[in-house]
Design a protein around this ligand. Sequence first.
Ligand SMILES: *[C@@H]1O[C@H](CO)[C@@H](O)[C@H](O)[C@H]1NC(C)=O
Ligand SMILES: *[C@@H]1O[C@H](CO)[C@@H](O)[C@H](O)[C@H]1NC(C)=O
Ligand SMILES: *[C@@H]1O[C@H](CO)[C@@H](O)[C@H](O)[C@H]1NC(C)=O
Ligand SMILES: *[C@@H]1O[C@H](CO)[C@@H](O)[C@H](O)[C@H]1NC(C)=O
Ligand SMILES: *[C@@H]1O[C@H](CO)[C@@H](O)[C@H](O)[C@H]1NC(C)=O
Length: 377
Amino acid sequence: MITLCGFANMASGQDTGTARHQDMSSANNKDLGRRIKVSVVSLAVFAMLLVLQQALLSVQISDLVPQQWHSKNTTALSGLTSSEAKEQMRIATARLHPAKLFKIRFKWGNSTPASNSSACQKEKKKKKKKKCKKKLKRKSKSAPNLGPYRTCAVVGNGGILLDSHCGDDIDAKDYVIRANLPALEGFETDVGRRTNMTFVNTNVVKRLNIASKLQDRTRDPYPTRLRHFNNTVIVGNRQSKLVLQTAAWTNQLTLEFWTCKHDLRKNKIINPIASRVAGWRFNSRPSSGLTTVLITSTFCQHLSLYGFYPYSRDADNKPIPYHYFPDDGVDEAIVNRNKHHLPVEFRLYRELHRRGVLTLQEGRCESQENRNTSSSM
Ligand SMILES: *[C@@H]1O[C@H](CO)[C@@H](O)[C@H](O)[C@H]1NC(C)=O
Ligand SMILES: *[C@@H]1O[C@H](CO)[C@@H](O)[C@H](O)[C@H]1NC(C)=O
Ligand SMILES: *[C@@H]1O[C@H](CO)[C@@H](O)[C@H](O)[C@H]1NC(C)=O
Ligand SMILES: *[C@@H]1O[C@H](CO)[C@@H](O)[C@H](O)[C@H]1NC(C)=O
Ligand SMILES: *[C@@H]1O[C@H](CO)[C@@H](O)[C@H](O)[C@H]1NC(C)=O
């Protein structure tokens, strides 16, 4: 499964909702009757729990969201200033702050490593090795109390960024967050050159690993891409640790690697938070894009979103490539934009933009410097 802290990734979420068939053919008839009874009872219990959960959820939501936000007609919302709306969002997302959510798994390079698993290799006996690793694990620290930063850019990888001239806007932000080790070289005008934090999913880490084993080194795009992520924080799954540590070591990078303390999906906390923020119910699996926006909102006073766009054609009906950079050519290309929930999430970003909570950059960035060049094209 492709996850970020247990989340389906926006760019590669595979539907894990495949039905699990129970093979009933081997069950004899006596058993069948009992099973039906048991199923009916458990179904009833399940239905009751569901009703209870819905009731609880609606109580939670109505506690935090003003009445008028319940309306599907979000344009009816008025009377909230931008800073009041920001405060609402800050309260709703508070528990997603990195200091509460993340653990530092390793620091590699000039800084001292938070945990050095090779230190345990000396221990010959299995028991001792385990003990040693446990001790190191306990040493891994919570993420620092980041920010708050005044301005942040969350840069998605959507093809909508091509020819956007948003690079200067992005680089002007205090803190820049990206996803999945994208290419920056050659795209600086559109996407900027600075990065402070990158969220990676296991799929991209898998590709990084495959590419690192290619005989023909010219076919591995990651060393070039990684150079731009020197001295940054990478956030991913625990399973990605070894590959990233190896990549940091072979590419001589100073990296910090953070993981989630717990599986967010199991706790089902993103959808209730998104529902509270939006004022309408979120049910589908949240994308890692939404998760990233909610997490970063906890340590950024004003977020600007770039490269978030769920459709395959722009406003002028021009086709948009899936990513602004070419595929890595390592594995099958990741293209999966027809997940139903992405337009719903996009609607939330637009709504938050309207409330003045964040800035959703949809078209080109028309700053002073490039106004002339854009009008001449
Ligand atoms: C939504 O609210 C606005 C402002 O109150 C109103 O003008 C508009 O007609 C409403 N739209 C719908 C579909 O109810
Ligand atoms: C990890 O520990 C080993 C053995 O103690 C040491 O040789 C190595 O330099 C350490 N690595 C780092 C990155 O500090
Ligand atoms: C973010 O990264 C840039 C370099 O890309 C660095 O100059 C800046 O100090 C970093 N900001 C923070 C708050 O760490
Ligand atoms: C990464 O940054 C460190 C200093 O923080 C530097 O020593 C190292 O050479 C850099 N690595 C690359 C590949 O540029
Ligand atoms: C850009 O356009 C503005 C007016 O729109 C003009 O004052 C300025 O000189 C132009 N800059 C360049 C570099 O052409």
